[in-house]
Design a protein around this ligand. Structure first.
Ligand SMILES: [Zn+2]
Length: 314
C-alpha cells in the first residue's frame, strides 16, 4: 500500500521537498483530436538513448494533459456539493478549493498560487508518421452533395488525428501535498478519459499507472522515459505497440532510471502492490470518497486562511 505517512498533515507555506510522482502511460483508445485546426504538434528528437537516430514524435503539451484532469476533479467536487459556484475555471478562482490550491491560480491583483502539480510535454513512443492519420471531414448539404447552385462547398476540413493505441509515457510530479490531496490528483488521473478537442466523441485516452514514486526530489523526464522505453521495445515495424509490452518494459526501465536520478526514494510502488492499491482506490464507495474530498477541502481552507486570505505568505 501507499505509505501515506510520507505526506504532510497540513500544507506547508514553503517547499519542503516531498515529491510524489505518478508514472504512467497515456494511451489513445480512439482517434484523438488535439488540434482544432491544422496539424498536430511535433518534435524532432532522438528515438532512444541507445538508438540515437532522429525521429519525429507527436508532442502533447502540458495543458492538453492537465486541463481535462482538472475539469474532472472539479466535476467530482461539484457532484459532492464541495465546489462554490463562485469558482469558475479560467475565469474567477475562489483561491481556496482543492482545484485552486493544488493546481494553482493567478488573478491580477488577487494574488497567485503556484501549481503543486507539475507536468511537461509528453511525446509519442512511436513516430509521427505511423501514429497519426489525417481525416477530411465533409459537411455535405441536405441533398448529400458537396455543391449548391453550381458552387462547390468550402465545408471541407482536414484534421490531423492521433491514431488509436498510441502511447505517451508521462510523469506527473506533485510537490508537498497532503495524502488526501495526492489522492485527489491521482483520482483525477484515473477518472479522466476525454482528452483533446472533441469531447463528445473520440478523444478517448486511458491512463495506465506504472508506478507511484515518493522521493525527496524530482525524478526523470517524460522524454527520457519515452526514449528508454523505445530502446527497450524497438517498436520499428512493431506498430502499434501492445500496452502490456510497454507496461512490461516500463517495469524494467523505471527502476533503472530511478537508480540514475540523484534523489532518495522513500517508496516505489509498482507491480502487484501497485495494482492492489489502485484497485482499492477505484473501489472506494461514495461515503469514503466524500470523506476524502471533505478532508481535502478542509486542508485547503486551512491553508487559505493561514497564507492566502491575509494577502501573501511571505
Ligand atoms: Zn477554486
Amino acid at each position: 500500500m501507499l505509505d501515506t505517512s510520507f505526506f504532510h498533515s497540513e500544507l506547508p507555506a514553503r517547499p519542503m521537498g516531498k515529491y510524489a510522482h505518478i508514472v504512467l502511460l497515456r494511451v489513445t483508445e480512439g482517434y484523438a483530436l488535439f488540434q482544432t485546426d491544422g496539424e498536430l504538434n511535433r518534435a524532432r528528437v532522438s528515438a532512444g538513448t541507445r538508438d540515437q537516430r532522429a525521429m519525429t514524435r507527436i508532442a502533447l503539451f502540458k495543458r492538453k494533459q492537465t486541463t481535462p484532469e482538472r475539469l474532472s476533479g472539479r466535476e467530482l467536487l461539484r457532484h459532492y456539493g464541495l465546489l462554490s459556484d463562485a469558482c469558475k475555471y479560467n475565469e474567477s478562482a475562489c483561491r481556496q478549493c482543492p482545484d485552486c490550491i493544488t493546481y494553482g491560480f493567478a488573478i491580477g491583483d488577487g494574488g497567485s498560487e503556484k501549481s503543486k502539480v507539475y507536468s511537461d510535454t509528453a511525446f509519442s513512443l512511436t513516430d509521427y508518421a505511423s501514429s497519426h492519420e489525417v481525416f477530411t471531414l465533409n459537411a455535405p448539404y441536405e441533398d448529400g452533395t458537396m455543391s449548391q447552385q453550381g458552387e462547390v462547398s468550402s465545408r471541407i476540413n482536414s484534421q490531423d488525428h492521433v491514431k488509436p493505441q498510441v502511447i505517451f509515457p508521462s510523469v506527473i510530479t506533485t510537490r508537498d501535498l497532503t495524502a488526501s490531496l495526492f489522492a485527489y490528483v491521482l483520482s483525477n488521473v484515473l477518472r479522466t478519459t476525454r482528452y483533446g478537442a472533441t469531447t463528445t466523441r473520440g478523444g478517448v485516452m486511458r491512463n495506465h499507472v506504472a508506478a507511484i514514486v515518493l522521493s525527496d526530489g524530482e525524478i526523470f523526464s517524460n522524454l527520457l522515459f519515452t526514449q528508454r522505453l523505445y530502446d527497450a521495445i524497438q517498436p520499428d515495424g512493431n506498430d502499434p505497440v501492445a500496452i502490456q509490452t510497454a507496461l512490461n518494459a516500463a517495469a524494467d526501465v523505471i527502476p533503472a532510471l530511478l537508480a540514475e536520478d540523484g534523489v532518495r526514494d522513500h517508496q516505489v510502488l509498482m507491480g502487484a502492490e501497485l495494482d492492489q492499491y489502485l484497485a482499492s482506490v477505484r473501489s472506494m464507495n461514495e461515503a469514503g470518497n466524500r470523506e476524502l474530498l471533505q478532508q481535502a477541502v478542509a486542508e485547503c481552507l486551512a491553508y487559505y486562511n493561514a497564507y492566502i486570505a491575509k494577502g501573501g505568505k511571505k
